[in-house]
Write a protein that binds this ligand. Structure first.
Ligand SMILES: C[S@@+](CC[C@H](N)C(=O)[O-])C[C@H]1O[C@@H](n2cnc3c(N)ncnc32)[C@H](O)[C@@H]1O
Length: 466
């Protein structure tokens, strides 16, 4: 029997993409190897060149597209070929939802869950474009030259999004179809006025230049718009006329703030904030509640689907009006406030002081008196409390629950835990650990808050067995 040699860098393969992984890469098979390919979608047939091999995995890049996917869709974005923000615009929405369902099902199966656990179909979004209520654009003096752009295109100024894996360069984004169309005009004016005034964009290598980011936020319910100019210094003599020109062209901007970030780190959160126009926040409404959102507040980026997500949480919590509910990792308190009307009392636990301040302000704004927010590490805060909740909601960051929180949660012995997971892998791992501690889950309900991306949220309730 002849032994076939192992594939190596530079080899050519022909294969069909079968599914996508949690990073949005296409996956296909070549014999015993699973092959990862960037920018390839399920159903597509490609010729690809191997770039690496690790055990039974290969990485490859597409050389030629041999046959289009039967699930292909026309991307709406002019920057789709270069910007990696929403990798699935070229895949039909039905195929996106099927792929997300597969990701969730695989994650739970890998933790030993079988057919007894129902993975409900992914609840899709109704708005596939214009849904994002927060976009952070970057100013740069190193513009990424896109495919098809003529030679000699000036590279000294860009306002847009980073090219995938090339953090030193920025695509000059003319319009972004996942944000509401009104924000495209503001983006264009930000660019035109900055250039007309010769305001210097930030240079990431030398840490010089004035303009660093433009953060745009909008409210679906009220139509209010917030613009946050992030600069490297105060420079009122340059920033104020720039802001005034923007407001004159766009009276729809209801508030404009400046964040000053003097540090090298590329973050939109400044050390200080100055309100240049309006109240400094916008108001969004979800499920009849009002939320004030300032430049640096955390808020779900898809308001319409966030409303559906919170409805799912409310349904799974199934409270009747008298219960003590804990909302762990509560952020700005949205879930706690949504559940308050059907609970005796809700306690929210959150580490970030600014989120706790927002949560308290939102409770006061909605005149909700039966919620309290505890600031600090959730594990330490729970240890210092004597109370035993009837229902616990957990909405942890991507890494999932802290391992020490699992026994602490079981010791609190709520009759039900409602898990809101933004990462099926950590969510499924925690569901298995909670099963070992006596909590059973029967159904996982995934929901898409980020069309055209591989991110998926899931909600599942775990019932105490004894
Ligand atoms: C997915 S977000 C929750 C969002 C929240 N449900 C909302 O709608 O606003 C996770 C939150 O966990 C918080 N967090 C992370 N580690 C924490 C810890 N050790 N203790 C308490 N909160 C923590 C983060 O600051 C973040 O606000």
């Amino acid at each position: 029997m002849t032994q076939e040699r192992k594939p190596r860098r530079g080899d050519l393969l022909e294969l069909e993409i079968e599914r996508f992984d949690e990073r949005g890469d296409g996956l296909g098979r070549a014999g015993e190897y699973e092959v990862e390919l960037r920018r390839a979608v399920p159903g597509e047939r490609v010729r690809a060149e191997v770039s690496w091999r690790r055990r039974n995995r290969l990485g490859a890049h597409v050389q030629q597209r041999l046959a289009a996917s039967p699930h292909a869709a026309l991307p709406r974005c002019a920057h789709f070929a270069d910007c990696g923000g929403c990798s699935f615009q070229s895949l039909s929405y039905a195929a996106q939802l099927a792929g997300l369902h597969d990701l969730v099902a695989r994650a739970f199966r890998a933790q030993g869950f079988g057919a007894e656990l129902e993975i409900a179909p992914v609840e899709g979004a109704r708005e596939l474009y214009g849904y994002r209520n927060r976009m952070e654009f970057t100013f740069s003096n190193r513009r990424w030259i896109e495919r098809g752009e003529p030679e000699g295109t000036p590279t000294g100024f860009a306002l847009g999004l980073h090219a995938p894996n090339v953090h030193s360069k920025v695509i000059d984004v003319s319009a972004c179809p996942i944000q509401p169309p009104a924000l495209d005009g503001i983006l264009a004016t930000l660019r035109a006025e900055a250039r007309a005034r010769a305001l210097e964009p930030w240079d990431q290598r030398t840490h010089t230049g004035l303009l660093r980011h433009a953060l745009l936020r909008s409210s679906r319910a009220t139509g209010e718009i917030l613009v946050d100019l992030v600069t490297s210094r105060d420079a009122p003599e340059e920033v104020e006329p720039y802001a005034a020109a923007l407001l004159a062209r766009h009276p729809e901007i209801t508030t404009l703030v400046q964040n000053v970030n003097t540090r090298p780190a590329q973050t939109a959160q400044g050390e200080r904030e100055r309100v240049l126009h309006g109240p400094g926040f916008i108001v969004e409404r979800l499920l009849g509640l009002e939320f004030a959102i300032s430049a640096n507040s955390f808020f779900q980026t898809n308001s319409a689907q966030a409303e559906r997500l919170f409805e799912l949480v409310r349904a799974e919590a199934g409270t009747s009006g008298s219960e003590l509910v804990f909302d762990l990792y509560c952020g700005t308190g949205t879930i706690a406030l949504v559940l308050a009307a059907q609970a005796g009392e809700v306690l929210g636990f959150e580490l970030a002081p600014s989120s706790v301040a927002d949560a308290r302000a939102n409770a006061a704004r909605n005149r909700i008196g039966n919620v309290r927010f505890v600031e600090g590490d959730v594990l330490a805060s729970l240890g210092a409390l004597e109370l035993k909740p009837d229902v616990c909601v957990v909405d942890p960051p991507r890494a999932g629950l802290h391992p020490k929180l699992l026994p602490a949660l079981a010791a609190l012995a709520p009759r039900r835990i409602v898990y809101v997971s933004c990462n099926p892998v950590s969510g499924a791992r925690d569901a298995r650990a909670l099963a070992a501690l006596g909590y059973r889950t029967a159904r996982v309900r995934p929901i898409d808050l980020f069309p055209h991306t591989p991110h998926v949220e899931s909600v599942f309730a775990l019932e105490r067995e004894r």
